[in-house]
Ligand binder design. Structure first.
Ligand SMILES: *Cc1c(COP(=O)(O)O)cnc(C)c1O
Length: 396
């Protein structure tokens, strides 16, 4: 059966009433027949039927055994970090999501957990960063905002040989394009805030494990620490997932068209999109995923913050905002937004140039999005000409 068909029919019809939409069990507690005798539910932090439906759905999507839903993507990442002990080490992708960077370095380092950051797009770097204390390897593929790709299967082999867990943050690719557990990873984590939710209307996180015992350990932490996803937000994520495959198809095809358009524009310096044959990891991306996602980044010939700020402030359809993965297209300037807290030299060394702009391609018509970008990029060319003329007249 086609995956989209299987997905739609894996969402159960309510056995009590026949409702085709999953009921929202907005309750804290459940009546017990006798102490400890219940219908599988006693308290909604521990377990809730709406959340349980989402957790089963997410596990199925990622081809794992156990799904565990959290109040945010960071709460999900936090639960995975809590598997570690003081003295353990993490090897992580160097252009990791900023919030995960903050969590690992500002919160967990003081509990004696050390993190080594490395460019995981070369698996050899991962191998070299591992020490006998390494317990967890942390990947994102594609990364944000330069869309680097790491070879998940190759790194899974290194993880296995070194007795480490491999966790992949699959937020950017989604299980519609890439299923890290089938490539050898042990854990997948999502900010469901992005493509799984898909409508920019909630904050949520999901963990899926391959091994049920590891799943039970994280489920234990979910209940013990308490950062659960509520019933209504669980329902919204289910509703989002119902259209995931359809949305991702459109995000991908529009993103490729837009990436190709950007390559042809004289104001653009470099285009970052794993679907372009020129992308340095294009072959790995092709091997491990069914598509290249809805995020496109590019830099300007006029590589200044001022040029990028002027561009991102003047689009009509692309809205200036952080986050990604929703139906409305978003534009952002990492140097001034998500990556502002990183010193300029360090940021540039990580490949995030002053003029780098990130697009989250929404569900609008691709031709409309292209003409929106065309009008702001044409202005850049005119501005450049203007400033060159000004320079030449002053020198005369
Ligand atoms: C947004 C994001 C997160 C954090 O998720 P929240 O839901 O905002 O807590 C983690 N990883 C990636 C790749 C993200 O884009």
């Amino acid at each position: 059966m086609n995956t989209a068909t299987a997905l739609i029919h894996s969402i159960p019809v309510d056995p009590l009433t026949g409702a085709v939409s999953v009921p929202i069990y907005q309750t804290s507690t459940f009546v017990q027949e006798a102490p400890g005798v219940n219908q599988g539910y006693d308290y909604s932090r521990t377990n809730n039927p709406t959340r349980a439906t989402l957790e089963r759905l997410a596990a199925g999507l990622e081809k794992g055994s156990t799904g565990i839903a959290f109040a945010s993507g960071l709460a999900a990442i936090d639960a995975i970090a809590k598997l570690l002990q003081s003295g353990d080490e993490i090897v992580a992708v160097d252009d990791i999501y900023g919030g995960a960077y903050r969590l690992f370095t500002q919160v967990y380092e003081k509990f004696g957990i050390k993190v080594h950051f490395t460019d995981t797009s070369n698996p050899e770097n991962v191998f070299n960063a591992i020490t006998p204390k390494t317990k967890l390897i942390w990947l994102e593929s594609p990364t944000n905002p330069t869309l680097k790709i790491s070879d998940i299967a190759a790194i899974a082999q290194i993880a296995k040989a070194s007795d480490c867990l491999l966790c992949v943050d699959n937020t950017f690719a989604t299980p519609a394009l890439q299923q890290p557990l089938t490539l050898g990873a042990d854990i997948v984590v999502h900010s469901a805030t992005k493509y799984l939710g898909g409508h920019s209307d909630l904050i949520a996180g999901i963990v899926v494990t391959k091994d049920p015992e590891l799943g039970a350990r994280i489920k234990y932490l979910q209940n013990a620490c308490g950062a659960i996803l509520g019933p209504f937000d669980s329902w919204l994520v289910i509703r989002g997932i119902e259209t995931l495959h359809l949305r991702i198809k459109q995000h991908c095809s529009a993103a490729l068209e837009i990436a190709r358009f950007l390559q042809t524009h004289p104001a653009v310096n470099q285009v970052y999109y794993p679907g372009l044959p020129e992308h340095p990891n294009h072959e790995v991306a092709k091997k491990q995923s069914h598509g290249f996602g809805g995020i496109v980044s590019f830099s300007l010939k006029n590589d200044t913050e001022a040029a990028a700020v002027s561009l991102v402030s003047n689009t009509a359809l692309f809205k200036l905002a952080e986050s990604l993965g929703g139906i409305k297209s978003l534009i952002s300037h990492p140097a001034n937004m998500t990556h502002k807290s990183i010193p300029a030299e360090k940021r540039r060394a990580a490949g995030v140039s002053d003029s780098l702009i990130r697009l989250s391609i929404g569900l609008e018509d691709a031709a409309d999005l292209i003409s929106d970008l065309q009008q702001v990029l044409d202005k850049q060319v005119n501005n450049n000409k203007h400033s060159i003329q000004q320079v030449s007249t002053t020198t005369i």
